[in-house]
Design a protein around this ligand. Structure first.
Ligand SMILES: *Cc1c(COP(=O)(O)O)cnc(C)c1O
Length: 213
């Protein structure tokens, strides 16, 4: 699919298009940059470190892959948004390092919605301790939620999974985070399922294979 038509589709629906550039070359990234794309997503810290200095400084970088606490020192404060915060321990460490560096770090909480047990993410039915801690944060801004659906094409099952995230978002928006004005991002949907995700309420889609060929 070409960039312009996907970008127009997302713009019309007021959805942020995140170009997932993992495994792609500097040249491939620049090609999209030159068409106007500014939000790019990487899933591995080391790969991003190897690329970032060779790319324009006005790119907004998003980390979308599983993150270990020992890698945090490389990404604070250069990452625009960390999508993959999936544990209390990680959240505590991001707060600690952001306070120390005197910076604000924007994050999304990653929930597990897929039935497949290979996926990372917070259990939506067992998040109360993490949410309580979230309300005490000073240097970390919780900007919304992220999730990945199962790698299946059954739209009925996928729709049910997406609803778990949308319901969790609404529950937090009306509850624990009701005074947090920056809590607005629902990062949901990839190349295979972005249309369904947008239909279900996503406002940020993470697209890789469809954009880069
Ligand atoms: C790779 C990746 C994507 C993009 O997947 P495509 O199917 O190539 O669009 C989205 N989100 C995450 C977390 C990823 O790791």
């Amino acid at each position: 699919m070409n960039y312009q038509s996907l970008n127009a589709y997302c713009t019309e629906k007021a959805v942020t298009l995140l170009a997932v550039s993992k495994t792609r070359s500097i040249e491939q990234i620049l090609e999209l940059y030159n068409k106007g794309q500014r939000d790019f997503g990487e899933n591995r810290v080391q790969e991003w470190v190897d690329k970032v200095d060779n790319l324009p400084s006005d790119i907004r970088w998003h980390l979308i892959g599983h993150l270990q606490t020992n890698k945090l020192k490389y990404i604070i404060p250069k990452m625009h948004l960390i999508h993959s915060v999936d544990s209390l321990k990680l959240l505590q460490k991001i707060e600690e390092l952001s306070l120390k560096a005197k910076v604000e770090t924007g994050i999304l909480l990653q929930y597990k919605i897929a039935k497949e047990d290979t996926k990372y993410g917070i259990d939506p039915t067992a998040d109360s301790e993490l949410i309580e801690f979230s309300k005490t944060l000073k240097a970390v801004k919780i900007n919304g939620l992220m999730a990945m659906g199962s790698f299946i094409s059954n739209e009925e099952v996928l729709a049910q999974e997406f609803e778990v995230l949308i319901n969790k978002f609404n529950e937090l928006k009306n509850g624990a985070f009701n005074d947090n004005e920056s809590f607005k991002i629902k990062s949901l949907g990839m190349s295979g399922d972005y249309k369904l995700a947008i239909e279900k309420g996503s406002n940020l889609v993470r697209i890789g294979s469809l954009l880069f060929k």
